[in-house]
Ligand binder design. Structure first.
Ligand SMILES: [Fe+2]
Length: 388
């Protein structure tokens, strides 16, 4: 028992609260950043959120440049272009402003500003850790969605159009120095995106809780993250101005990503190709595949799912653990429907004849390797079919 040494670390400094964004200049200063590259997407660039951040930087006379070309599912070219800008303008740190896409590009920028090879050479594989060795210039993350949790994550997911799949680069050096969570920056997020990104947070918490890695600290964080999503996601989706719900969803999303330093599961392997092949929002893709994966895991994860049933407040004290687990899966399906998400991949532009090719890509994705119940490629195909 306990004959392996575990390492538990939660190193990112997190500033949370309404108006936290005003601390951005101080964060840059504390981390020795003289000139920063602000990386964002065209959507955020055109919103009042961008104006707020730009005003904060201007009032502090903080030198900075802007790259606002990040795609919804970020591509390698976004990274190469912004890294080139970063180098040529002599930046010494990056601010990621936006959803997971902008934050993931921001993380990759500081790496590629120094590494001149192809992004795929840095992918999790033998030798990549040495090539990824930091430290890198500081990354400050300001999320405007509540889902991905990229602000505390140690990975960056970028699509390679050339390879036709997502490249995942991973290193503790990719962790932002500071994450600024300001609930007021998320109030403009429309209901459909609030629901989808929130389901990403929910999936992070659930997949990390059930993945078979010893990390009791992350387990506790995942459980509280699930509780917060259950309590606040529907409220935030119904009323975007509900600051209590928005703030708690930001916390839940950050907790989900802290928890998944343990690892994820099959839902994420199914979701990744749905974004690269059919452009589905990542959180939506998770929401559409999660119930089938839960049924697949139901027996192996019965104790975790029974606990989830209690978090939902279901009356489970007079039924067996297995029955409670089954109830929790049905409750997740109901929650997804209450969030206004139309279930079924068929309704989101995914053709039935495309499922076999998707399952090949899903099998190549590493997340399912830490699914509680091992998956074959055939299993993944069946899970797509059940989610179709
Ligand atoms: Fe995710």
């Amino acid at each position: 028992m306990f004959d392996e040494i575990s390492t538990f670390s939660f190193p990112t400094r997190i500033l949370f609260g309404c108006g936290a964004v005003k601390r951005l200049p101080a964060c840059l200063q504390e981390n020795g950043v003289r000139k920063a590259l602000l990386v964002t997407d065209p959507g955020v660039h055109s919103t009042p959120v961008f104006k707020v951040v730009a005003r904060v930087l201007k009032e502090a006379a903080q030198p900075h440049e802007v790259f606002a070309g990040v795609h919804a599912n970020p591509i390698e070219e976004d990274v190469l272009e912004s890294a080139e800008l970063y180098r040529s303008l002599g930046c010494g740190g990056v601010i990621g402003l936006g959803g997971g896409s902008a934050l993931d590009v921001a993380k990759a920028v500081v790496v590629m500003a120094r590494y001149r090879g192809a992004l795929a050479e840095l992918e999790t594989q033998a030798g990549a850790a040495a090539r990824m060795a930091g430290p890198y210039d500081p990354i400050i993350a300001i999320p405007t969605t509540a889902g991905t949790g990229s602000e505390v994550g140690r990975s960056s997911v970028i699509t390679s159009r050339k390879l036709g799949r997502k490249i995942i680069i991973f290193s503790p050096w990719l962790m932002p120095k500071c994450a600024i969570l300001d609930p007021e920056l998320t109030v403009g997020l429309p209901p459909s995106l609030t629901a989808a990104t929130g389901m990403d947070a929910f999936t992070h918490c659930l997949e990390s809780l059930t993945c078979p890695v010893f990390h009791p600290l992350c387990d506790a964080i995942a459980i509280h993250g699930l509780e917060l999503v259950i309590r606040y996601l529907e409220r935030a989706t119904r009323n975007g101005q509900d600051i209590e719900a928005r703030g708690n969803m930001q916390v839940a999303a950050t907790m989900g990503a802290i928890a998944f330093q343990k690892d994820l599961g099959a839902t994420h392997s199914l979701a990744h190709p749905l974004s690269t092949e059919f452009g589905l929002n990542h959180g939506l893709a998770n929401a559409l595949c999660l119930p089938a994966v839960m049924r697949f895991n139901q027996e192996a994860a019965a104790s975790h799912y029974a606990r989830l049933a209690t978090l939902f407040g279901l009356p489970v004290h007079q039924i067996t653990e297995k029955e409670a687990a089954a109830r929790s899966v049905s409750e997740v399906e109901s929650m997804i429907e209450r969030l206004g998400i139309t279930r079924g991949l068929r309704h989101h532009g995914v053709p039935q004849e495309g499922l076999a090719a998707l399952s090949r890509k899903a099998f190549e994705d590493s997340c399912h390797r830490t699914n509680l119940r091992p998956c074959t490629q055939d299993d993944l195909l069946r899970l797509y079919e059940q989610s179709w």
